[in-house]
Design a protein around this ligand. Sequence first.
Ligand SMILES: Cc1cc2nc3c(=O)[nH]c(=O)nc-3n(C[C@H](O)[C@H](O)[C@H](O)COP(=O)(O)OP(=O)(O)OC[C@H]3O[C@@H](n4cnc5c(N)ncnc54)[C@H](O)[C@@H]3O)c2cc1C
Ligand code: FES
Length: 263
Amino acid sequence: MKAKVTGKVISQSCIAPGIYDLRIETALASEAHAGQFVGVFTKDSSALLPRPISICGVSDDKRSIRLVYRVAGKGTDEFSRLEEGDEASILGVLGNGYDIEKLAGISGSDSSKVLLLGGGIGIPPMLELAKELHAAGVKVISVMGYRDDRTFLLDEFTSVSETYVATEDGSLGTKGNVLDAVRENRIEFDAVCACGPLPMLRAIKEFAGEKPAFISLEERMACGVGACLGCVVKTKEVDHHSHVNNARICTDGPVFEASEVEI
Ligand SMILES: Cc1cc2nc3c(=O)[nH]c(=O)nc-3n(C[C@H](O)[C@H](O)[C@H](O)COP(=O)(O)OP(=O)(O)OC[C@H]3O[C@@H](n4cnc5c(N)ncnc54)[C@H](O)[C@@H]3O)c2cc1C
Ligand code: FES
Protein backbone atom coordinates (compact mmCIF):
# COMPACT_ATOMS: atom_id res chain seq x y z
CA MET A 1 0.00 0.00 0.00
CA LYS A 2 1.25 3.50 -0.87
CA ALA A 3 1.47 5.89 2.07
CA LYS A 4 3.00 9.20 3.02
CA VAL A 5 5.05 8.56 6.12
CA THR A 6 7.61 10.30 8.29
CA GLY A 7 10.91 8.49 8.41
CA LYS A 8 13.88 9.11 10.69
CA VAL A 9 17.35 9.66 9.26
CA ILE A 10 19.78 7.06 10.63
CA SER A 11 22.85 8.31 8.80
CA GLN A 12 24.06 10.23 5.79
CA SER A 13 27.47 10.36 4.17
CA CYS A 14 29.03 11.74 1.02
CA ILE A 15 30.45 8.74 -0.92
CA ALA A 16 31.76 10.52 -4.03
CA PRO A 17 31.76 14.13 -5.22
CA GLY A 18 28.08 15.23 -5.14
CA ILE A 19 26.83 11.69 -4.34
CA TYR A 20 25.15 10.99 -0.99
CA ASP A 21 24.24 7.79 0.86
CA LEU A 22 21.16 8.33 3.02
CA ARG A 23 19.64 5.73 5.35
CA ILE A 24 16.14 6.26 6.67
CA GLU A 25 14.25 4.24 9.24
CA THR A 26 10.71 3.81 7.93
CA ALA A 27 7.85 1.31 7.97
CA LEU A 28 8.00 1.41 4.14
CA ALA A 29 11.17 -0.72 4.26
CA SER A 30 9.20 -3.92 4.86
CA GLU A 31 7.62 -3.59 1.39
CA ALA A 32 10.52 -2.15 -0.63
CA HIS A 33 12.14 -4.12 -3.45
CA ALA A 34 14.71 -3.68 -6.17
CA GLY A 35 13.57 -1.36 -8.95
CA GLN A 36 10.98 0.45 -6.86
CA PHE A 37 11.37 4.01 -5.65
CA VAL A 38 10.12 6.47 -3.05
CA GLY A 39 9.15 10.14 -3.33
CA VAL A 40 11.03 12.33 -0.86
CA PHE A 41 9.39 15.65 0.03
CA THR A 42 11.33 18.85 0.51
CA LYS A 43 10.54 21.29 3.33
CA ASP A 44 10.02 24.07 0.76
CA SER A 45 6.23 24.55 0.71
CA SER A 46 6.38 26.03 -2.83
CA ALA A 47 7.68 22.66 -4.09
CA LEU A 48 4.76 20.34 -3.50
CA LEU A 49 5.94 17.35 -5.50
CA PRO A 50 8.25 14.77 -3.98
CA ARG A 51 11.57 13.90 -5.64
CA PRO A 52 11.69 10.29 -6.91
CA ILE A 53 14.71 8.33 -5.63
CA SER A 54 15.27 4.60 -6.20
CA ILE A 55 15.66 1.99 -3.51
CA CYS A 56 19.40 1.27 -3.31
CA GLY A 57 19.08 -1.01 -0.33
CA VAL A 58 16.85 -2.44 2.37
CA SER A 59 18.39 -3.33 5.75
CA ASP A 60 18.43 -7.00 6.77
CA ASP A 61 15.90 -6.33 9.54
CA LYS A 62 13.64 -4.56 6.97
CA ARG A 63 13.42 -1.44 9.13
CA SER A 64 15.31 1.01 6.97
CA ILE A 65 15.90 1.93 3.35
CA ARG A 66 19.01 3.24 1.69
CA LEU A 67 18.89 5.98 -0.96
CA VAL A 68 21.95 6.96 -2.97
CA TYR A 69 21.50 10.13 -4.98
CA ARG A 70 23.31 12.86 -6.86
CA VAL A 71 22.73 16.50 -5.96
CA ALA A 72 21.00 17.79 -9.11
CA GLY A 73 19.09 20.86 -7.90
CA LYS A 74 17.29 22.47 -4.99
CA GLY A 75 15.51 19.38 -3.66
CA THR A 76 18.45 17.00 -3.60
CA ASP A 77 20.67 19.79 -2.24
CA GLU A 78 18.26 20.11 0.71
CA PHE A 79 18.35 16.31 1.26
CA SER A 80 22.16 16.40 1.36
CA ARG A 81 21.95 18.47 4.55
CA LEU A 82 19.82 15.93 6.44
CA GLU A 83 21.52 14.59 9.55
CA GLU A 84 21.08 11.68 11.94
CA GLY A 85 17.82 12.11 13.90
CA ASP A 86 16.18 14.44 11.35
CA GLU A 87 12.72 13.61 10.03
CA ALA A 88 12.08 12.96 6.34
CA SER A 89 8.68 12.91 4.72
CA ILE A 90 8.41 10.09 2.18
CA LEU A 91 5.76 8.71 -0.19
CA GLY A 92 6.09 5.05 -1.03
CA VAL A 93 6.75 2.45 -1.95
CA LEU A 94 6.19 3.46 -5.59
CA GLY A 95 6.31 1.65 -8.91
CA ASN A 96 6.82 -1.92 -9.97
CA GLY A 97 10.27 -3.33 -9.49
CA TYR A 98 12.13 -6.29 -10.97
CA ASP A 99 10.51 -9.73 -11.00
CA ILE A 100 13.18 -11.75 -9.17
CA GLU A 101 11.37 -15.08 -9.61
CA LYS A 102 11.04 -14.55 -13.37
CA LEU A 103 14.70 -13.59 -13.69
CA ALA A 104 15.80 -16.58 -11.59
CA GLY A 105 14.02 -18.95 -13.96
CA ILE A 106 14.82 -17.14 -17.21
CA SER A 107 17.34 -19.63 -18.61
CA GLY A 108 14.89 -22.50 -18.19
CA SER A 109 17.53 -24.31 -16.09
CA ASP A 110 18.40 -23.79 -12.43
CA SER A 111 21.43 -21.57 -13.15
CA SER A 112 20.35 -18.32 -14.81
CA LYS A 113 23.03 -15.73 -15.60
CA VAL A 114 21.73 -12.20 -15.29
CA LEU A 115 23.76 -9.23 -16.47
CA LEU A 116 23.24 -5.93 -14.63
CA LEU A 117 24.25 -2.71 -16.36
CA GLY A 118 24.25 0.58 -14.46
CA GLY A 119 25.32 3.97 -15.70
CA GLY A 120 26.04 6.96 -13.43
CA ILE A 121 23.19 7.59 -11.05
CA GLY A 122 21.45 4.50 -12.52
CA ILE A 123 23.93 2.43 -10.50
CA PRO A 124 22.27 2.59 -7.01
CA PRO A 125 19.09 0.59 -7.88
CA MET A 126 21.28 -2.12 -9.44
CA LEU A 127 22.89 -2.84 -6.06
CA GLU A 128 19.66 -3.94 -4.38
CA LEU A 129 18.85 -5.95 -7.52
CA ALA A 130 22.26 -7.67 -7.37
CA LYS A 131 21.65 -8.56 -3.72
CA GLU A 132 18.12 -9.92 -4.28
CA LEU A 133 19.19 -11.97 -7.33
CA HIS A 134 22.25 -13.33 -5.51
CA ALA A 135 20.03 -14.36 -2.58
CA ALA A 136 17.74 -16.16 -5.06
CA GLY A 137 20.69 -18.23 -6.34
CA VAL A 138 21.16 -16.36 -9.63
CA LYS A 139 24.64 -15.95 -11.13
CA VAL A 140 24.95 -12.15 -11.26
CA ILE A 141 27.39 -10.26 -13.48
CA SER A 142 27.55 -6.52 -12.89
CA VAL A 143 29.05 -3.97 -15.25
CA MET A 144 28.97 -0.45 -13.84
CA GLY A 145 29.83 2.65 -15.82
CA TYR A 146 31.32 5.82 -14.31
CA ARG A 147 32.80 9.03 -15.69
CA ASP A 148 36.19 8.41 -14.05
CA ASP A 149 37.84 6.51 -11.20
CA ARG A 150 35.80 8.32 -8.53
CA THR A 151 33.51 5.31 -8.30
CA PHE A 152 30.86 4.61 -5.68
CA LEU A 153 29.23 1.37 -4.40
CA LEU A 154 31.61 -0.69 -6.56
CA ASP A 155 33.11 -2.76 -3.71
CA GLU A 156 29.60 -3.75 -2.60
CA PHE A 157 28.83 -5.21 -6.03
CA THR A 158 31.91 -7.44 -5.82
CA SER A 159 30.53 -9.29 -2.76
CA VAL A 160 27.39 -10.44 -4.62
CA SER A 161 28.45 -10.54 -8.28
CA GLU A 162 31.24 -10.92 -10.80
CA THR A 163 31.96 -7.22 -11.31
CA TYR A 164 33.41 -5.18 -14.17
CA VAL A 165 33.80 -1.47 -14.58
CA ALA A 166 33.87 0.98 -17.47
CA THR A 167 35.00 4.59 -17.24
CA GLU A 168 34.55 7.29 -19.86
CA ASP A 169 38.12 8.53 -19.42
CA GLY A 170 39.66 5.04 -19.16
CA SER A 171 41.09 5.68 -15.67
CA LEU A 172 39.62 2.38 -14.40
CA GLY A 173 38.49 -0.80 -16.18
CA THR A 174 37.42 -0.60 -19.81
CA LYS A 175 37.67 2.80 -21.49
CA GLY A 176 34.22 3.59 -22.81
CA ASN A 177 30.71 2.59 -21.78
CA VAL A 178 29.19 -0.49 -20.16
CA LEU A 179 28.60 -2.20 -23.51
CA ASP A 180 32.27 -1.72 -24.43
CA ALA A 181 33.10 -3.56 -21.18
CA VAL A 182 30.63 -6.37 -21.95
CA ARG A 183 32.22 -6.86 -25.40
CA GLU A 184 35.80 -6.56 -24.14
CA ASN A 185 35.23 -9.20 -21.45
CA ARG A 186 33.10 -11.44 -23.75
CA ILE A 187 30.38 -11.63 -21.11
CA GLU A 188 27.62 -14.14 -21.73
CA PHE A 189 24.18 -13.87 -20.14
CA ASP A 190 20.59 -15.12 -20.25
CA ALA A 191 18.94 -11.76 -19.49
CA VAL A 192 20.01 -8.18 -18.95
CA CYS A 193 18.69 -5.53 -16.52
CA ALA A 194 19.72 -1.91 -16.86
CA CYS A 195 19.31 1.55 -15.41
CA GLY A 196 20.96 4.71 -16.68
CA PRO A 197 20.61 7.54 -19.19
CA LEU A 198 18.17 7.05 -22.08
CA PRO A 199 20.85 6.77 -24.84
CA MET A 200 22.47 3.96 -22.82
CA LEU A 201 19.13 2.15 -22.46
CA ARG A 202 18.43 2.49 -26.21
CA ALA A 203 21.83 0.97 -27.02
CA ILE A 204 21.22 -1.87 -24.53
CA LYS A 205 17.80 -2.62 -26.02
CA GLU A 206 19.42 -3.01 -29.45
CA PHE A 207 22.40 -4.96 -28.09
CA ALA A 208 20.18 -7.45 -26.21
CA GLY A 209 18.53 -8.53 -29.47
CA GLU A 210 16.45 -11.63 -28.79
CA LYS A 211 17.59 -11.93 -25.15
CA PRO A 212 15.17 -10.63 -22.48
CA ALA A 213 16.06 -7.10 -21.41
CA PHE A 214 14.48 -5.22 -18.51
CA ILE A 215 15.12 -1.50 -18.28
CA SER A 216 14.33 1.03 -15.59
CA LEU A 217 13.07 4.32 -17.02
CA GLU A 218 13.82 7.22 -14.69
CA GLU A 219 12.03 9.97 -16.58
CA ARG A 220 10.84 13.18 -15.02
CA MET A 221 7.88 12.67 -12.76
CA ALA A 222 5.23 14.78 -11.12
CA CYS A 223 2.59 13.06 -8.97
CA GLY A 224 4.38 9.70 -8.88
CA VAL A 225 1.12 7.81 -8.34
CA GLY A 226 -0.42 7.54 -11.81
CA ALA A 227 -2.77 10.52 -11.65
CA CYS A 228 -1.24 13.26 -13.86
CA LEU A 229 0.03 11.36 -16.96
CA GLY A 230 3.21 13.41 -16.70
CA CYS A 231 5.45 10.40 -17.24
CA VAL A 232 4.04 8.35 -20.12
CA VAL A 233 6.07 6.16 -22.45
CA LYS A 234 4.82 4.70 -25.75
CA THR A 235 4.13 0.99 -25.60
CA LYS A 236 3.70 -1.80 -28.14
CA GLU A 237 0.49 -3.04 -26.56
CA VAL A 238 -2.66 -1.01 -25.85
CA ASP A 239 -2.99 -0.24 -22.14
CA HIS A 240 -6.21 -1.76 -20.77
CA HIS A 241 -6.64 1.13 -18.35
CA SER A 242 -6.32 4.09 -20.78
CA HIS A 243 -7.00 2.17 -24.07
CA VAL A 244 -4.01 3.84 -25.77
CA ASN A 245 -0.45 2.74 -26.54
CA ASN A 246 0.90 4.39 -23.42
CA ALA A 247 2.11 3.31 -20.01
CA ARG A 248 2.74 5.44 -16.96
CA ILE A 249 6.33 5.06 -15.88
CA CYS A 250 5.52 5.80 -12.23
CA THR A 251 2.92 3.06 -11.78
CA ASP A 252 3.31 0.60 -14.70
CA GLY A 253 7.11 0.93 -14.42
CA PRO A 254 9.69 2.19 -13.87
CA VAL A 255 10.89 -1.29 -14.87
CA PHE A 256 9.71 -2.45 -18.31
CA GLU A 257 10.63 -5.27 -20.64
CA ALA A 258 12.57 -3.34 -23.31
CA SER A 259 10.64 -4.95 -26.19
CA GLU A 260 7.37 -3.59 -24.74
CA VAL A 261 8.31 0.12 -24.84
CA GLU A 262 9.38 2.60 -27.51
CA ILE A 263 12.34 4.58 -26.26
C1 LIG B 1 11.88 6.61 -10.82
C2 LIG B 1 13.05 7.55 -10.59
C3 LIG B 1 14.08 7.13 -9.78
C4 LIG B 1 15.17 7.97 -9.55
N1 LIG B 1 16.17 7.50 -8.76
C5 LIG B 1 17.23 8.30 -8.51
C6 LIG B 1 18.29 7.84 -7.65
O1 LIG B 1 18.25 6.72 -7.12
N2 LIG B 1 19.32 8.69 -7.43
C7 LIG B 1 19.37 9.96 -8.01
O2 LIG B 1 20.33 10.68 -7.80
N3 LIG B 1 18.39 10.39 -8.81
C8 LIG B 1 17.32 9.62 -9.07
N4 LIG B 1 16.31 10.09 -9.88
C9 LIG B 1 16.41 11.46 -10.40
C10 LIG B 1 15.96 12.44 -9.30
O3 LIG B 1 14.57 12.24 -9.06
C11 LIG B 1 16.20 13.89 -9.72
O4 LIG B 1 17.57 14.11 -9.85
C12 LIG B 1 15.63 14.82 -8.66
O5 LIG B 1 14.21 14.76 -8.66
C13 LIG B 1 16.07 16.25 -8.92
O6 LIG B 1 15.41 17.09 -7.99
P1 LIG B 1 16.03 18.48 -7.55
O7 LIG B 1 14.99 19.27 -6.87
O8 LIG B 1 17.32 18.29 -6.83
O9 LIG B 1 16.44 19.13 -8.95
P2 LIG B 1 15.53 19.98 -9.94
O10 LIG B 1 15.73 21.41 -9.58
O11 LIG B 1 14.14 19.44 -10.03
O12 LIG B 1 16.31 19.65 -11.27
C14 LIG B 1 17.74 19.91 -11.36
C15 LIG B 1 18.29 19.28 -12.64
O13 LIG B 1 18.08 17.85 -12.64
C16 LIG B 1 17.36 17.47 -13.80
N5 LIG B 1 16.40 16.41 -13.44
C17 LIG B 1 15.35 16.52 -12.60
N6 LIG B 1 14.68 15.34 -12.52
C18 LIG B 1 15.33 14.49 -13.34
C19 LIG B 1 15.12 13.12 -13.74
N7 LIG B 1 14.11 12.39 -13.28
N8 LIG B 1 16.00 12.56 -14.59
C20 LIG B 1 17.02 13.27 -15.08
N9 LIG B 1 17.26 14.56 -14.77
C21 LIG B 1 16.43 15.16 -13.91
C22 LIG B 1 16.64 18.72 -14.28
O14 LIG B 1 16.45 18.70 -15.69
C23 LIG B 1 17.61 19.82 -13.89
O15 LIG B 1 18.62 19.99 -14.86
C24 LIG B 1 15.23 9.26 -10.14
C25 LIG B 1 14.17 9.69 -10.94
C26 LIG B 1 13.10 8.83 -11.17
C27 LIG B 1 11.97 9.32 -12.03
S1 FES C 1 4.03 11.12 -12.54
FE1 FES C 1 1.88 11.48 -12.55
S2 FES C 1 1.18 9.82 -13.76
FE2 FES C 1 3.27 9.37 -13.49
